[in-house]
Design a protein around this ligand. Structure first.
Ligand SMILES: NC(=O)c1ccc[n+]([C@@H]2O[C@H](COP(=O)([O-])OP(=O)(O)OC[C@H]3O[C@@H](n4cnc5c(N)ncnc54)[C@H](OP(=O)(O)O)[C@@H]3O)[C@@H](O)[C@H]2O)c1
Length: 318
């Protein structure tokens, strides 16, 4: 690719022209995006799948975000800075980075050879992780980090993590432990050993959950983070008086005095997550890796709702 923004360089990208299921996705040639002020152009090594990718593709967020077709989906990325826009002194070509590349509208995402990212959404890649693991962190890691820090989680707290074995929950357990908290995590029984390995005390979700949590924490819990939705009654039943709670999947949480949260692009948060990874406190379990043209299969796997670890898409390199 040349240096002139005006030339019509193209790239491979997964795109869709209308809302739908994975059959609307196809591998296309698209123009390499122009790099705006305050943005950098990243040559993508890996992208990662999140449930929001196929929810956006289905039209589920149409009432909330402007969408410009054709859409290149994807918000998680690791890669190398190819070119910088005006006033981006933090980065230079060749920097190894990872990013939560969500913009304020839906159009140019990470399942492509190149993506532009505002510097507010970008940080140096954790040195100890490979490209795939690094791509698995940003959206889910920031979601977990922002919910737990918004609730002032710290040493002495007992935290209940609903959905502890999912992409967000896996990071939530590890971050809460790194913040010094005791963690009880809900997951199906087949994932209990994985949760113990991450430092949580596992409990099965479903009927009797309140009793199982109370058996472990008879005084109640200080903090509840809901990474699943539909669990507000349990949250209320196990939270101590004055306890704090948040959900990423249930707006009703607000009427119950909790925080309804949507992960924000946040360079400082990414740097904190990279530091945890490099200190050995944040591992990235990987469920499966797909090549770019198989992104639809990766979405379908995510849609099953019972994936253990991050689903990755390899765009270039090993
Ligand atoms: N607001 C935000 O900013 C934000 C950010 C990220 C994600 N989200 C949303 O949060 C949800 C989770 O995302 P994710 O990336 O973690 O998804 P994921 O990786 O697909 O994880 C789903 C997990 O949910 C678990 N699960 C299913 N039903 C459960 C229940 N009733 N109780 C406890 N766990 C249950 C499954 O565990 P088992 O296999 O053990 O059953 C599975 O591990 C999705 O709806 C996603 O769209 C919101």
């Amino acid at each position: 690719m040349g240096d002139d923004q005006g030339e019509q360089a193209t790239m491979k990208a997964m795109t869709y022209e209308k809302y739908g299921a994975s059959d609307v996705l196809s591998l296309s040639e698209r123009p390499v995006p122009k790099v705006g002020p305050g943005e950098v152009l990243v040559r993508v090594r890996y992208a990662a799948v999140n449930p929001v990718d196929w929810k956006v593709m289905s039209g589920g967020l149409d009432g909330m975000m402007d969408t410009f077709f054709p859409v290149i989906p994807g918000w998680d990325v690791s890669g190398v800075v190819e070119r910088v826009g005006i006033d981006t002194p933090e980065f230079e070509p060749g920097d190894e980075v990872f990013a939560y590349a969500r913009k304020d509208y839906v159009h140019g995402g990470t399942f492509a050879e190149f993506v532009t990212v505002p510097v507010r959404a970008l940080a140096a890649k954790p040195r100890s992780l490979n490209w795939g693991e690094a791509a698995g962190i940003p959206l889910a890691g920031l979601t977990a980090y922002q919910t737990l820090t918004r609730l002032d989680t710290g040493s002495g707290d007992t935290v209940l993590v609903h959905g502890a074995s999912g992409g967000v929950g896996t990071f939530g357990v590890q971050i809460a432990r790194a913040l010094g908290a005791r963690v009880i995590g809900t997951a199906s029984e087949s994932n209990h050993d994985r949760l113990r390995d991450l430092g949580a005390e596992p409990v099965s979700y479903g009927d009797g959950l309140v009793d199982r949590v109370k058996a472990l924490a008879p005084e109640g819990v200080d903090v509840v983070v809901d990474y699943v939705g539909g669990v507000l009654d349990t949250t209320r039943a196990v939270l101590k008086d004055g306890g704090r709670h948040a959900s990423i999947a249930d707006p009703d949480v607000m009427a119950a005095g909790g925080q309804w949260m949507w992960a924000r692009p946040d360079a400082a948060g990414l740097r904190a997550l990279a530091a945890l990874a490099d200190e050995g406190k944040l591992r990235v379990p990987v469920a499966e890796t797909f090549d770019l043209e198989r992104t639809g299969e990766a979405f379908d796997l995510s849609r099953t709702g019972h994936v253990h670890g991050k689903i990755l898409v390899r765009v270039s390199g090993e």
